[in-house]
Design a protein around this ligand. Sequence first.
Ligand SMILES: *Cc1c(COP(=O)(O)O)cnc(C)c1O
Length: 409
Amino acid sequence: MVYTIFRDTRYEIDLDALGHNIARVQAIVADQAGRSDRPKVAAVLKSDAYGFGAIPTARLMVEMGIDFLAVACLPEALELRKAFPQQPILIMGYTPDPLLSLSLEQDIHQTIFHVRQAEILSRYAVEAAKQANVHVKIDTGMNRLGLDPDEQGVKQVMTMAALPGINLEGMFTHLALESRQSDYRQFERFMDFSRALEKQGLEIPIKHVCDSIGMLRYPEFRLDMVRPGAIFYGAPPMRTPYDDLLDIRVPFALKTRISRLRTLAPGEGVGYDFSWKAPETGAVLATLPIGYSDGYKRALSNKGYVLIRGHRAPLAGLICMDQCTVDVTTVPGVQAGDDVLLLGQDSMVLHENGQKADSGPAHEIPVLEMAGWLGTNRNEVLTAIGRRVPRVYRKKGTITEVKDYLIPG
Ligand SMILES: *Cc1c(COP(=O)(O)O)cnc(C)c1O
């Protein structure tokens, strides 16, 4: 099959590396001393699978036996439902009351934290003669979402559980990850609350606490299910003692090609405000067809670098909406049309024609490094990549799918 990619700028996803990471997560949670069962895995696919493209990413996860697909909001759940009619899908965030019927109609597993929400779902469930699968969220200290784990909370959850048509399948909380001590305090609050419910005769089958960092840092918090996101996408946490053992690959590469080369005389400026000027020896500049509206943030201007032929080319001048310029004076043999790596890892090291590219020694710009240039975290960098950038999926170096949000189908 021949795929048309309508731009030089594209986001390449290596499905072999992604599959490797999925298998690693499954192996990590399966490896638990003293347990015969393994916790379920709810793969977090919010924000278009952190920019990877929700459907192709979920397809691989479903093929590999991931238990739940977890998202933040209803539209994300509906997108997945269309493609995966049978798969359990959990909305972890808040769903407005008037939309709860739609969630139930599509058999979405729904997070709730208020009796009112349970009553609405119960009414719809009875009408439709089906069960509403709900996960009740507990606020153990993050002060974001959830009901309070106190006596009142016990009464509320008991009321929810007694409503007709409600299947109280899960209960969860989210860690603030401020410190080991605070995480343990949250976990203990959660477990105390769970025991208080058990005393009332309520046993909730799927209890879950951990995101990627929690899952790695606290094996003892994994309970019945984990909710990792970032680790699948090759942006594992860098602050655990497990980093060396993780063996997580980087499946993504943001790439483009040089659209034009230009030689600048000494002192000549480039771009808006001439914010960068050629040194006394002059300079060779490459123009790249990618800008801040593609998620290549303006704040990177005159800070970051790209890789061309394995050599660093620093950004020169302000990043525009659709273009930017880099200093390629020291890149040997540079030519218009050359491949450019802006983020991630060129793990294929393969050109479109399937031949090995001579990319030299450097073939990675770590997401954590770019996050550092921007003063943000790795997830924000990944989710910033825009819908104008086609996603190109590869298996064993061969393109297997292209997703262009502007030109679907
Ligand atoms: C985003 C999210 C996760 C996954 O977080 P990562 O850090 O990407 O692993 C888990 N649980 C909830 C409630 C989330 O919102």
